[in-house]
Design a binder for this molecule. Structure first.
Ligand code: FAD
Length: 428
């Protein structure tokens, strides 16, 4: 079986940016053969949340390549140029393109690597391949929609699967109920409950705010409750000094700090990224609620300081047992549908790499995102988007993607240069 130099799990922005970096940092006479495996049938950037009227939360300059290589042909500006919208975009006077447009930019970049991506395959495990006592390669196993399993061998691996839906414990028993769904599936799932008229949205972050606004504008008779533990929806702090934590150089400060300092930094700046919609969005919600007060309506409610402590479902709806955290008073509410805008987990890499745990332990990484491993484990494995604890809050965002992939690329070339056990040695 062919051994790829590199297999990448997922083909979202992180691995597209890596494909670009590999292309641009290619060394003369050394072709690194990379293949990416993507679960979706075609490229789409968080398709469940591709809503109208939503826009990027960071500057378009933090695209797939510019901060690593400002002359890259994969920049957002070159995309605009090729689409003949550069002058029009300038007249928009914004740093924050719509999410639809950024998705189109990412799809444009991804399409240029179609030959290097296997779409429609879900990687489910990574196994060791041996040369004597040494793990010399990796076997990456994926399954397509028809259940066909395919194995591929790789010398190195980059794991970039993004986040997976965080479902609160009380809702887990209802995972098969189409009336309860996570925000990551919102666009399709809401269409599967066309008759829902009483809807609860759980959460206080960007997705919760966007979904609340989307629902309230759908039909005039829709009753929407925004339920949150917080006292108020707080805006993200994107003021310039705070925003410096998203600079690529700041990663050295985070990585070099003690564990205690790192946790304290994460706590201090947590609200720059989590449970913090854009101020503009918060103002829109406030306005909608104010206009409802003027007209005397009650169909939109914000239930602050409320926690869901119990859930049951029957033919009549989803019944939530809510506790008011001010006074511990319990109330019951019935909904036709519940949207869980409850964030994401970043643990997929541990699940995929579980068979390698005897060598990789808890998957701790070095500064170049490479998982630490012993001398008898030859492949280099890199993680993108799962290193927030060691590399800081920018890790799950687009802010450092371009620079990070340059660093991974260099580390990969270095790993490739080390001697290989005979069976896994590259052909060149
Ligand atoms: C709605 C939304 C809006 C956002 N907006 C911004 C923003 O404006 N600015 C910003 O900086 N960040 C934003 N983010 C954060 C987001 O994490 C990054 O923008 C970016 O998507 C990270 O890229 P990624 O490639 O690491 O992960 P993802 O974009 O999640 O891509 C991972 C890919 O891996 C695939 N995959 C997962 N598991 C497997 C598997 N087992 N086998 C094969 N394929 C697999 C997935 O299908 C997916 O295509 C947003 C996140 C969300 C949810």
């Amino acid at each position: 079986m062919q051994i790829h130099d590199l297999v990448g799990i997922g083909f979202g922005p992180s691995n597209i940016a890596l494909a670009i970096a590999l292309d641009e940092q290619r060394q003369p006479g050394r072709h690194l053969d990379a293949l990416f495996i993507e679960r979706q049938n075609t490229f789409a950037w968080h398709p469940g949340m591709l809503l109208d009227q939503t826009h990027m939360q960071i500057s378009f300059i933090k695209d797939l390549a510019t901060l690593r290589n400002p002359t890259s042909r994969f920049s957002f500006l070159n995309y605009l140029h090729e689409k003949q919208r550069l002058a029009d975009f300038i007249n928009l006077k914004t740093f924050y393109p719509s999410r639809h447009e950024f998705n189109d930019y990412l799809a444009w970049a991804a399409a240029q690597f179609d030959d290097y991506c296997a779409y429609g395959e879900d990687v489910f495990e990574v196994l060791p391949e041996y040369s004597g006592e040494t793990v010399s390669a990796l076997r990456i196993r994926s399954r397509d929609a028809n259940g066909h399993v395919r194995d591929r061998l790789a010398r190195h691996l980059v794991v970039s699967p993004g986040g997976s839906a965080n479902i609160p414990e009380v809702f887990k028993p209802l995972h098969a109920d189409p009336r309860v769904f996570h925000s990551s599936r919102y666009r399709d799932a809401i269409d599967r409950v066309p008759r829902a008229r009483r809807i609860a949205v759980l959460g206080a972050g960007q997705s919760a705010a966007e979904i609340f606004l989307d629902l309230q504008g759908r039909t005039p008779d829709m009753q929407v409750d925004l339920i949150m533990r917080a006292r108020a929806i707080k805006p993200s702090d994107d003021s310039p000094f705070v925003n410096e934590i998203f600079n690529a150089e700041f990663i050295n400060d985070v990585y070099g700090a003690s564990e205690a300092e790192r946790s304290s930094m994460l706590r201090e700046f947590w609200h720059t990224n989590y449970a913090c919609p854009d101020l503009e969005l918060i103002q829109q919600i406030f306005k909608v609620l104010y206009e409802q007060k003027v007209s005397g309506g009650t169909r939109l409610r914000m239930k602050r300081r409320h926690e869901v402590r119990g859930v049951t479902a029957d033919h009549d709806g989803i019944h939530l047992r809510l506790t008011d955290l001010h006074n511990e008073q319990a109330t019951a509410e019935r909904y036709d549908a519940v949207v869980l805008a409850t964030g994401y987990e970043r643990a997929l890499h541990r699940q995929l790499l579980a068979p390698l745990a005897p060598w990789l332990g808890d998957c701790s990484v070095d500064r170049n995102y490479q998982v630490r491993s012993p001398a008898n484990f030859r492949p280099a494995i890199f993680l993108q988007g799962a290193c927030e604890n060691t590399h800081g809050l920018s890790d799950t965002l687009l802010s450092v993607t371009a620079v990070r992939t340059g660093e991974i690329c260099d580390a990969l070339m270095e790993a490739q240069r080390k001697p290989w056990p005979q069976a896994a040695a590259p052909a060149y």
